[in-house]
Design a binder for this molecule. Structure first.
Ligand code: AOF
Ligand code: ZN
Length: 344
């Protein structure tokens, strides 16, 4: 595999492939977002394609179908290393070989054990392969998926909405409307970006949340799975049990086991929506990868704080501060000096 300075024309085609990968009709989910552009010898684009989610054809196969006979001798630009496995669909490496493509330019390598390694297969078949062209850009559009595949657990986002004095409810745990409308809409958008939403039984009993995507936010693909963790029974008439989205009542199991089970079910990103005890249990095990901290301009005085007693203080790096109406939302990530989650 070569790592030369890419010609300008390659960047143009790879950018187009990245653009396809992020098409609005491509859902986020178990599978990555992938785009492919096939270009003939004279520089003409003869086929394009992108992936529409688990169970549908891969980007390369869509682009090859569009190119037909013109793929022979052509160059394929793919944002992810072509897979070499037979999963829900056949191996893209074989499809590229069969179509007679002579060169494959790749952005990022495939981090999964089952599909990764396709480059070597292409090379063994006499195809010229270059990788690393706009790799960071491709990783960025699949950041959570990439992380999840390496860690073998979903990427975990923790959301909390608190008052200026750090409270999440009133005296005695009485639920209060803390966040303003802009924060609520943003929070629904965050729900639309994940495949599962986790809450504790305490939150279900106190707030009776529905955990669906509303407030005019549209969603491509399936609604996120609603997950309840904790030992207390979930009332039969709890809104989380309605048929607006699937629900998994997980019972009193540890954060690691919840995440392992969700990963097996194909979940690559989750949102934790509280409460303090559940969130603390994930933080204590260093299982939170991003914090979304909503702060509303109200002082409550007494009542539960955003977190229960933690084992140790956690330092975070702030990535952004948004103003949402009268509220603020801080996005932060844990400072993992040596992230042991990564294989490399
Ligand atoms: C995609 N779309 O365009 C490419 C993928 O379950 P399967 O058979 O669809 O395989 C999914 C895996 O295939 C995925 O995790 C990734 O490693 C690889 N390449 N996947 O969903 C695509 N090229
Ligand atoms: Zn494939």
């Amino acid at each position: 595999m070569n790592h030369l300075e890419p010609p300008a024309q390659w960047l143009v085609h790879m950018r187009a492939a990245l653009q396809l990968a992020t098409d609005a009709s491509a859902p986020r989910g178990e599978n990555p977002r992938v785009g492919c552009v096939i270009v003939d010898d004279s520089g003409h684009v003869v086929g394009t394609g992108f992936h529409l989610g688990a169970g549908t054809a891969h980007a390369e196969v869509v682009a090859l179908a569009a190119a037909g006979e013109q793929a022979r001798g052509a160059t394929a630009f793919v944002t992810l290393e072509p897979c070499r496995h037979t999963g829900r669909t056949g191996p893209c490496t074989q499809a590229l070989i069969d179509a007679g493509v002579s060169r494959v330019i790749i952005a990022m390598l495939d981090p999964t054990e089952q599909a990764g390694g396709g480059s070597a297969e292409l090379e063994a078949a006499g195809i010229e392969v270059f990788s690393g062209v706009l790799a960071d850009e491709s990783r960025a559009i699949n950041a959570e998926w990439d992380y999840a595949c390496r860690a073998c657990r979903p990427f975990v986002i923790a959301k909390t909405a608190m008052s200026l004095d750090g409270r999440v409810a009133g005296a005695g745990g009485v639920p209060l409307a803390i966040s303003g409308p802009d924060s609520l809409t943003f929070a629904h958008r965050c729900r639309a970006e994940v495949q599962a939403i986790i809450v504790g039984t305490g939150t279900v009993l106190a707030d009776d949340p529905e955990l669906t995507i509303r407030r005019g936010v549209s969603i491509v693909g399936d609604p996120p799975l609603r997950v309840v963790v904790g030992g207390r029974p979930v009332p039969l008439n709890a809104r989380i049990r309605n048929d607006a989205a699937p629900t998994w009542i997980a019972g009193a199991i540890s954060p690691r086991v919840v995440l392992a089970e969700l990963f097996v079910r194909g979940v690559r990103s989750v949102l934790i929506e509280g409460g303090p005890t559940l969130l603390q249990s994930f933080i204590d095990e260093d299982l939170v990868d991003r914090y979304l901290w909503f702060i509303a301009p109200t002082l409550i005085g007494t009542g539960p704080t955003a977190l229960a007693a933690m084992e140790a203080a956690v330092g975070v790096t702030v990535r952004s501060v948004r103003v949402l109406g009268e509220d603020m939302c801080i996005t932060a990530e844990p400072r993992r000096v040596a992230p042991d989650l990564f294989k490399e």
